[in-house]
Design a protein around this ligand. Structure first.
Ligand SMILES: Cc1cc2nc3c(=O)[nH]c(=O)nc-3n(C[C@H](O)[C@H](O)[C@H](O)COP(=O)(O)OP(=O)(O)OC[C@H]3O[C@@H](n4cnc5c(N)ncnc54)[C@H](O)[C@@H]3O)c2cc1C
Length: 436
């Protein structure tokens, strides 16, 4: 450990998600694989579990497998911010797909947000879900003007429930002078992602589906003369009628078509030590926070309101979260200099799955179902689209979404290693510095 690191890490510092302390990951088990199932789901995050809940409850025998411990991916590592998950606005979407489709896509995002609140209630998931709202800070006056212009130009029927907060008023939202005002999205929320995943897992198991960790899918072959697939895994082969790819930012050469369309990008979080009641003074209304910088920063208080959990994209692919602590710490201090003597108790990272359209995609390609590419906003969207995908597998009309038929593009020379990201992020950082 370097001297700089030793000064800012607590003695009991852990390189793992803060959420895992409250909800430890379940260890590998020795469950024997069934030789055949109706539906095989690859990936045990929100997408996979929500899809499995539908298929099993719909009467199809379902098995979920994961290469690592169950829920090891982004679904137990994220910041727990709950939003609509659709990044481009109405104008950008209209230019690409026309106004009717743009409306439908934005409405689908709003539906996902309403849906997750209801889902948590209906399934009695004890995960601290609150509709706390999100403060999106402007990192320059130009950005404040930009967000106010953008908000105003959205048609009323797809405009998010949001209001502007001027710099003079922002102290009621956040205890920093870093921002030049911002916007509050009232319907956005927060939850404990580890507890949410655990609740989902319990519902899936209670439905009768099997969920098996430490069981990587190694290859998928279509059976000759039948629609069935044989999936070879580290623990034996499984025959399945339907296969769902729910591998998120960990999508690999197992599914080369999907791998060429999903861009893995590292995302990193630190948790401070217990700050006691002082933590609430940082974000008095307990909202989740993001800002207008292109190289994203996101943060919130822990569910008990005693720590700050501060996330950002400080590296593209560094897998050792400890290495990223100093950079994240410095970013945290530019916003909250009052935390100068505070130590870091946890640091972790994961790979989010991005797409070239900045939109999630779901559908079926060469017989394999998939839902992928939530671009860093997958708590509500992965759960919602996973559910819809499960309904599609069952052949139900309610499974259809506005995202089903969107073109899912790749780029020349992209095969899963995002060689172009370094240059783009460098450029984005220059723009962020100048406030543009
Ligand atoms: C640090 C961080 C912060 C984030 N913060 C937020 C946030 O605040 N709000 C928000 O909305 N979203 C956030 N996200 C994104 C969100 O967590 C994801 O979009 C969402 O969890 C994706 O769920 P998933 O089920 O598709 O994928 P994952 O949860 O990543 O699950 C994919 C699983 O597939 C498994 N897998 C891969 N290959 C194989 C194979 N060959 N065989 C078997 N299993 C395989 C992996 O082991 C993994 O467990 C964040 C992500 C990260 C990393």
């Amino acid at each position: 450990m370097s001297v700089a690191q030793s000064k800012i890490l607590t003695d009991d510092f852990r390189s793992e998600p803060y959420w895992w302390t409250g909800t430890p990951r379940s260890c590998a088990d020795d469950t024997v694989l069934p030789p055949r199932v109706d539906v095989l789901v690859i990936g045990s995050g929100y997408t996979g579990l929500c899809a499995a809940l539908q298929t099993m409850r719909g009467g199809r025998s379902t098995l979920v497998i994961d290469a690592e411990d169950i829920g090891w991916g982004c679904s137990s590592r994220n910041g727990g911010q709950v939003s609509t998950g659709i990044k481009p606005d109405f104008v950008a979407l209209s230019k690409r797909y026309g106004e009717t489709k743009a409306r439908a896509v934005l409405q689908e995002g709003a539906r996902a947000l309403r849906w997750i609140g209801q889902f948590v209630k209906d399934e009695h998931l004890n995960c601290g879900f609150v509709e706390c709202g999100r403060f999106h800070g402007a990192h320059s006056t130009r950005q404040f003007d930009q967000i106010s212009y953008q908000l105003g130009r959205q048609p009323v029927d797809v405009r998010p429930e949001a209001y502007l907060v001027s710099r003079a008023e922002q102290s009621s939202e956040i205890n920093t002078d870093y921002y030049h005002g911002g916007v509050v999205f009232e319907r956005h929320g927060s939850l404990d992602p580890g507890a949410y995943h655990q609740g989902l897992l319990e519902r899936v198991k209670a439905s009768g589906a099997q969920v098996i960790g430490c069981c990587a899918a190694l290859s998928i072959e279509k059976q000759r003369g039948s629609s069935r697939s044989i999936v070879r895994t580290a623990r034996g082969a499984i025959e399945a009628n339907d296969v769902i790819i729910a591998t998120g930012g960990y999508t690999s050469a197992l599914t080369p078509w999907q791998q060429r369309r999903v861009i893995p990008i590292g995302s990193y979080i630190i948790a401070t030590e217990d700050l006691g009641s002082c933590a609430r003074e940082l974000i008095p209304k307990g909202r989740v926070v993001t800002d207008t910088r292109r190289v994203v920063v996101y943060y919130r208080l822990s569910p008990d309101g005693r720590r700050l959990l501060f996330g950002g994209r400080v590296s593209l692919k560094e897998k050792n979260p400890r290495c990223c602590v100093p950079r994240l710490y410095r970013q945290m201090l530019t916003i909250f200099p009052q935390l100068r003597s505070v130590k870091v108790s946890h640091a972790w990272m994961g790979f989010v799955g991005w797409t070239f359209e900045h939109l999630p995609h779901l559908g079926r390609h060469e017989g394999l179902w998939y839902s992928l590419g939530y671009c860093g906003s997958g708590v509500a969207t992965a759960s919602y689209l996973g559910t819809r995908l499960g309904q599609q597998v069952l052949g139900l009309d309610e499974g259809r979404t506005a995202l089903d038929d969107l073109p899912f593009n790749t780029r020349p020379f992209y095969y899963g290693v995002p060689w172009f990201l370094g240059a783009s992020v460098w450029w984005y950082r220059q723009l962020d510095r100048t406030g543009i």
